[in-house]
Every structure is written in structure tokens, then in C-alpha cells.
Ligand binder design. Structure first.
Ligand SMILES: [Zn+2]
Length: 286
């Protein structure tokens, strides 16, 4: 049974050293973790602390935990502004190299926005950028995360994301990070069977095997709010049932589940336990 066990965990802090992530993960009952490779609110990249990297890399291998990295929020792979674009490449490049050294499953990066430019141009730039980075850094994996839809987003739905994949010529090391809160806030009604059916059909088109991680979050705001505010599991506008249905889809069962819900270690642990219960109870996938 061990081989079919689904990995569940949450985003953890690495303040004070990368290897701190292990203790934070254990405290919360994780068997998968996600962390920021550098300051999430800045451009600067740290000098790589190879001893800490080694500790974390060995620690996740020993525990059999999938590790995900999440790039800083400023990174915009489709940015029309050349300065922002250049900084994004440098920052994401650092994360990808660090991800390879840590044997992470991949680096999650937001789709980016087309500020002041047509969406087509931004999509083309985003596609070209990810291909250049993936080719420059062997074994690296980029996981594009659909965001909540605020601003002039490049992609808020799975269908729109397919355009980015097309622009990246369906690079084999380009994957997807689905976030249940972001989908809902972007207007994908995962609370209705019709909405889920539509989403499933879109997923089938893009290739569900490309989904390398699912961010399981409830949403503080309503359907289509375009606001990215995560809520604890079952305490937001989505509720437990739709999450349970999606997590039962066989085509996504390979993907580790990462929670990014608010709260302290105890609350994170409680939310992880709820998700464990949701996936263990018999629910028909719909
Ligand atoms: Zn997320």
C-alpha cells in the first residue's frame, strides 16, 4: 500500500535555514512540503548555502517526501517591462538551479501578467522564457500556477494556460500547479458538477499528467471574485465537498497535495488531517 499513498503537506517557512523546513513539516504531520527558495517579496537571491541544501535534500529523501519550491511573487515571465523580465529570469533561474540541487519536483511560478501589452505578446514571451530556462538548466522543472485572475493576467483558466504551453512548444519539463482557491476565484465553479465537468474536460485536453502538484485551499471570497485570499479547509466559499470530489479524480492522484491555508502549526496540522480524511472516505469522482 505504501506505494499508492498520497503525499499531503503544506507550505513551510525556511526562516533561519532551509533545513528548518523538515521540522516544520514534521510538526504539522506533512509528508510533502513546499518552501520559498528566496525571499518571496523581493528580487534578491541568497548566496546558496550548500550545507543547508544538503541537509534538506537528504532529509526529504530519507522521509520520502516530495519537495516543491515556490518562486517569489514578483516574478513575471511574460512581463513587457524589460527590467522586470530580466529580473524574473535571474530569479527564476536561481530557483530552478536550487530546485535541481534539492531534487525538488519543480518550481511553481505564477502565470504572470500582460500589463500594458496584448495578451498574445505576453503569452509568447512567457512561452519563450520558460523554454530558454528549461533548456539552460538541465533537469529543472517549471510548474505554472494559474492565479486568481486579478490584473491583466496571462492565464486564469486551464484553456488559457494551454496557450502558454503551445507557446512553449509543449516542453516535456513544463508542468502545472492547480490551486483550488485560484480556480474558484478566477471563475471556475468547482462547487458545481457542471463546472467540475468542464474543468475536467479542459484538463484532459492539456494532459492531467502535467499536473505535478495541487494547492488545496479554500477561498475567503466568492466565485469569480478574482481575489487571492486563501481560507482554511471547509471554512471558505468552496467547502469540503467540492474539494473531496476533485481529489478523488483518478487522473490527478499522482499529484502531491500542498496546503497554503492560514494559521499556526496546530491549525495547519488540523487542515492536513481534514484533507487526509477527505481523500480516504469513499467519494465518487465527479
Ligand atoms: Zn497556490
Amino acid at each position: 500500500m505504501a506505494s499508492t499513498k498520497r503525499s499531503i503537506g503544506c507550505h513551510v517557512s525556511v526562516a533561519g535555514g532551509l533545513s528548518r523546513a523538515l521540522a516544520h513539516g514534521e510538526e504539522r504531520g506533512c509528508d510533502a512540503i513546499q518552501a520559498f527558495p528566496s525571499n518571496p517579496r523581493g528580487w534578491a537571491v541568497p548566496s546558496p548555502d550548500l550545507a543547508e541544501e544538503e541537509l534538506l535534500a537528504q532529509g526529504v529523501v530519507d522521509r520520502g517526501w516530495p519537495l516543491l519550491l515556490h518562486s517569489p511573487y514578483l516574478v513575471n515571465i511574460g512581463a513587457p517591462d524589460p527590467v522586470v523580465h530580466e529580473r524574473s529570469i535571474i530569479n527564476l533561474g536561481f530557483s530552478l538551479e536550487r530546485g535541481v540541487r534539492l531534487a525538488a519536483r519543480g518550481v511553481v511560478v505564477h502565470t504572470g501578467s500582460a500589463k500594458g501589452e496584448s495578451r498574445d505578446e505576453a503569452v509568447a514571451r512567457a512561452g519563450e522564457t520558460v523554454v530558454d530556462l528549461l533548456e539552460a538548466i538541465p533537469d529543472s522543472n517549471i510548474l505554472i500556477e494559474l492565479t486568481a485572475g486579478s490584473g491583466s493576467l496571462i492565464a486564469g483558466t486551464i484553456d488559457e494556460l494551454a496557450d502558454v504551453f503551445e507557446a512553449a512548444e509543449w516542453h516535456p519539463r513544463l508542468g502545472i500547479c492547480l490551486d483550488t482557491c485560484h480556480l474558484f476565484a478566477a471563475g471556475v465553479d468547482i462547487t458545481s458538477e457542471t463546472g467540475r465537468k468542464k474543468m475536467r474536460a479542459s484538463l484532459k485536453e492539456i494532459g492531467p499528467e502535467r499536473v505535478k502538484v495541487i494547492h488545496v485551499n479554500d477561498s475567503l471570497d466568492g466565485l469569480g471574485s478574482r481575489r487571492d485570499r486563501h481560507a482554511r479547509i471547509g471554512q471558505g466559499e468552496i467547502g469540503e465537498e467540492p474539494l473531496q470530489k476533485i481529489l478523488a479524480w483518478p487522473e490527478l492522484k499522482h499529484a502531491p497535495l500542498i496546503l497554503e491555508t492560514p494559521g499556526d502549526a496546530k491549525e495547519n496540522g488540523e487542515d492536513i488531517a481534514i484533507v487526509r480524511r477527505l481523500i480516504s472516505s469513499k467519494s465518487r469522482a465527479s
